[in-house]
Design a protein around this ligand. Sequence first.
Ligand SMILES: [Zn+2]
Length: 124
Amino acid sequence: MCKMSVEEQVIENAKNGKLLTHKCTDCGFLHLSTAYFCLKCGSKGFEDVLLEGTGQVATYTIITVAPAGFEKYTPYAFVVLKLDNSDLRISGFMAGIANPADLPVGTRARITGFDERGIIIEKQ
Ligand SMILES: [Zn+2]
């Protein structure tokens, strides 16, 4: 069995609509997979937990002037998604958002993929 890096695992799971997280084996506190030690108890023991990539839009920034190479995607929003059944928040890309009326805070959304833009989030 080939061993993928954490980043590769995050990407593969995002393509399947899931989020790879790290759960502390000592206290159970849940972290994003980028954590190296438990923010609650300091332990370095983690186990992988897959969460459904669904949640609510917590906040976002609308991008109308894109960085080089991303002009074709505008307008879009850089969205912070609060995941269901956890306090974790992840950020990602949502296409077609031009103004706040397009995306009220609290809108249901889900992870749908991963590409050069990063994690792709779409309205549910
Ligand atoms: Zn812990």
